[in-house]
Ligand binder design. Structure first.
Ligand code: 13P
Length: 248
């Protein structure tokens, strides 16, 4: 299985900046045969732009959230059908910033994952503990609870999801989980997937949290780390391509 390196632009970008960033990435890729699958998850208003810039390239695109409703009176929400209109391959669900600032529950995240799959979009399901939870020895319990809700909702489609382990204390802080710390949690998640699907090895388990050009290789060398979900470093073409090149 090829590793997957996915960028999460979060709430960053402009039409002008996106175009030069994506063009720089595509130019860089022309010189480097990628050993990894790649994706960029961008703010919904830029999906049309990314579709036109990336169509036919080696980079897929996706969104950062999706509504748990099919359609109707849900002002401000974006449905899975709409994401499909822009040929999104992926959608991030349950990012810690959604859980934290928008009070998303495990059940809501699970419903979003189920709906995405039903529309042929691969959900990138984020799980991760806060610093307080880690210090209280609850890391395993928290990530297993978060993943269990999704497994319960998607059932026989579990092998179709992507999981991203993103320790909340490592996101945007410059503090990365050590490769050993990350591997330990990834192994727990793999074992949980093995109990739910016959093909746990087919599920990409990405690491996210201050991954950058300097630390990517050692994280990606771990047996259960199948790629990365990259925030800040996905806003710089050279840095993102360096991470892609580390994933071989
Ligand atoms: P940073 O890489 O900026 O720490 O963000 C990680 C993340 O939240 C990706 O979804």
């Amino acid at each position: 299985m090829k590793p997957l390196i996915a960028g999460n632009w979060k709430m960053n970008g402009t039409l002008v900046a996106n175009e030069s960033l994506v063009k720089a990435m595509l130019d860089g890729l022309a010189a480097q045969a990628p050993g990894a699958d790649m994706a960029l998850c961008v703010p919904a208003p830029y999906l049309a732009q990314l579709q036109s810039l990336l169509n036919g390239s080696a980079i897929s695109w996706g969104a950062q959230d999706v509504s748990s409703h099919e359609k109707g009176a849900y002002t401000g929400e974006v449905s899975a059908t709409m994401l499909k209109d822009f040929a999104c391959r992926y959608v991030i669900v349950g990012h810690s910033e959604r859980r934290q600032y928008h009070c998303e529950s495990d059940a809501l995240v699970a419903e979003k994952a189920r709906l995405a799959l039903a529309h042929g979009i691969t959900p990138i399901v984020c799980v991760g503990e806060t610093l307080a939870e880690r210090e209280a020895g609850q890391t395993e319990m928290v990530v297993k609870r978060q993943l269990a809700a999704v497994i319960h909702a998607v059932a026989h489609c579990t092998s179709e999801i992507v999981v991203a382990y993103e320790p909340v204390w490592a996101i945007g802080t410059g503090k990365t989980a050590s490769p050993e710390q990350a591997q330990q949690v990834h192994a727990v998640l793999r074992a949980q997937l093995a109990a739910a699907t016959q093909h746990p090895e087919r599920v990409h388990i990405l690491y996210g949290g201050s991954m950058n050009a300097a630390n990517a290789a050692s994280l990606l060398a771990q047996p259960d780390i199948d790629g990365g979900l990259i925030g800040g470093a996905s806003l710089k073409a050279a840095e993102f391509l360096h991470i892609v090149a580390s994933a071989r």
